[in-house]
Design a protein around this ligand. Sequence first.
Ligand SMILES: [Zn+2]
Length: 194
Amino acid sequence: MLCVQTDGRPFTDLLCCFDQDLATQCRARGCPLCGARLHLARYPRKPRGGGPGLSEDYGWRWSFCCADEACRKRTTPPSLRYLGRHVYLGAVVALTACMQQGLSERRLTALDLVLTVPRRTLQRWRLWWQEVFVHTAFWQVARARLMPPVAVQQLPLSLFERFATADCGQQLGRLLGFIAPLSTRTASTLFELR
Ligand SMILES: [Zn+2]
């Protein structure tokens, strides 16, 4: 269970708010192809790794469909909750990968994270950061914004540490915000993970 309190609210609820903001911005821009209005067309999701008590919002991924009958293009905003198509919460993916690389016990206690993720899945996540993430178009551009460069061998911990704040939940939110572009359809073709 992820149970981080940030400004008195559970971290998982904050991620919902961030995703809603991203969705509102996306909708305000209209259809990227024809500029028409966007209709709400959310995807049902069944996230794992969030533990009990996860809000109902987690059953849905924000998405829109062009209102113009002739176009109907689907537009899905980036998400801090869902990385690509896989069903584990983004926060859990990022955190568990960090944990495997020695995020300290004290900090983990602060995060109150109880892991129910199979070991083999953890291993795949870790490999994903090392072998897939580093080859994404997103990372090729994003890494240039990080000075001094982030140690690739220590990903994702090295990236997590780059967003250091006193508040673990906020720090994780910043990491997820940074990699959020990976959660869109175009990026996720590079980004298959189970
Ligand atoms: Zn359109």
